[in-house]
Design a protein around this ligand. Structure first.
Ligand code: ZN
Ligand code: ZN
Ligand code: ZN
Length: 397
């Protein structure tokens, strides 16, 4: 690719994104990983951390393109400061690793041998070690036992900024994931995907099938909450038959990827009304619509997660629905469906350039109904772009 980072405005253009993805070669992925590793070495240097040990979780595929199976046998990428990383994998998993000599040296360990001894050797006299947040406790305890002098910390504290700042490859895959997901959102809004007279779980299965048919590798979730169930943010779609007068919250997403490359997540929510608008719902939806738009307008790389959360919250409070907005405004997204940076009152730091995050305020009146509008946005310096493009107007289906 010629330009190191695509303009964020380009990411909203589905055809442009498809064209750019078609140009991606294996080399682009390898170069992206090499740049990420440089960033990791820089952070180890800056923080005076001696080593990083990655195992289960998204940090490993982010850095190596390899995702470990959640097995009891140890997979560990040991990144010592200033040294070439070493990837320890069980011998039987080694064929799944795509070697990259520029990035890491691959060391399969044989069944019956002790991989923790190898980790201890690689850590040597390391005094500070950061480990994957998702590493199993059994593995961490073994590593700690053999490096009794070291102080251990969570890798997320080191990597959040790096992983939060998406590179060109990641932005394109995220945008493509969003655009595919939008196709299904539009099918719902146009009535092509029918809601009335069907069970929530039937509609959920329909959404999931369409997401895959349109090009996602897999579906992460397809929430369908109708009528009073729309007031439960993470409602599990059930046997309730959707009928006239129901608001319906539809929140769905999955993973888009190329070949063996790790895939990126999508996540969007639209709320529609079936045939007739129930009393009081227009006011609720209008307040939500205004709040979500305000947050999208104020989003940028320089605003903090807390300040952006406050934009949506203040608008909903001003409309009198404050007590019914019971969750944070959003979450980061990438290899994981929920990751840093969080658009939440606790996150006082700037979102950062090329952060990818959701803006998804909701209003939920228990026992009656609720609504949520969710878009994935990419932060630029002066504004953010929503890579979800389907209509946010109140649609009657
Ligand atoms: Zn959620
Ligand atoms: Zn969602
Ligand atoms: Zn979300």
């Amino acid at each position: 690719m010629k330009d190191p980072l695509p303009s964020i405005d380009l990411l909203a253009d589905a055809d442009e994104v498809v064209a750019r993805i078609r140009e991606l070669s294996e080399r682009d992925f390898r170069e992206a990983r090499a740049a990420r590793l440089e960033g990791v070495q820089r952070v180890l240097e800056e923080t005076g951390t001696d080593a990083l040990v990655l195992s289960l979780g998204a940090d490993l595929p982010w850095l190596t393109g390899y995702e470990a199976m959640p097995l009891e046998r140890l997979t560990a990428l040991v990144v010592a400061r200033g040294a070439t990383p070493v990837l320890l994998v069980p011998e039987l998993e080694a064929p799944r690793v795509r070697p990259d000599d520029d990035l890491f040296s691959l060391r399969p360990w044989a069944e019956g041998s002790d991989p923790y001894e190898l980790v201890a050797q690689l850590l040597g006299k390391a005094g500070s070690v950061a480990v994957s947040d998702r590493m199993w406790a059994t593995a961490l305890l073994e590593i700690q036992r053999r490096s009794p002098g070291a102080a251990f910390s969570a890798a997320s504290s080191l990597l959040a900024r790096l992983r939060g700042q998406k590179d060109a490859v990641e932005l394109l895959l995220l945008a493509r994931a969003a655009h595919i997901t939008d196709i299904v959102a539009e099918e719902i809004l146009s009535g092509a995907l029918r809601l009335a007279g069907r069970e929530e779980r039937e509609v959920s299965a329909d959404i999931s099938a369409r997401l895959v048919a349109h090009g996602l590798q897999r579906v992460n979730f397809a929430i369908v909450g109708s009528g009073p169930n729309s007031a439960s943010p993470h409602h599990e779609p059930g046997a309730r038959v959707i009928s006239s007068g129901d608001p319906v919250v539809l929140d769905f997403g999955g993973v888009y990827g190329l070949g063996e490359e790790p895939g990126y997540c999508s996540d969007t929510t639209r709320t529609v009304v079936v045939e007739e608008i129930p009393d009081g719902f227009i006011e609720l939806y209008h307040a939500l619509h205004v709040a979500q738009a305000a947050a999208r307008r104020e989003a940028s790389s320089t605003i903090s997660g807390a300040a952006l959360d406050a934009v949506a919250r203040d608008a909903i409070e001003a409309a009198g629905f404050g007590q019914y907005f019971i969750h944070r405004t959003g979450h980061g997204i990438g290899l994981e469906e929920h990751e840093e940076p969080y658009v939440a009152s606790g996150n006082k730091v700037a979102l950062g350039p090329y952060a990818a995050f959701s803006i998804e305020p909701g209003i939920y009146i228990p026992g009656r109904f609720g609504a949520r509008i969710e878009d994935i946005c990419i932060a630029g310096e002066h504004h953010a772009v929503s890579i979800n493009r389907s209509s946010r107007d109140m649609v009657i289906v």
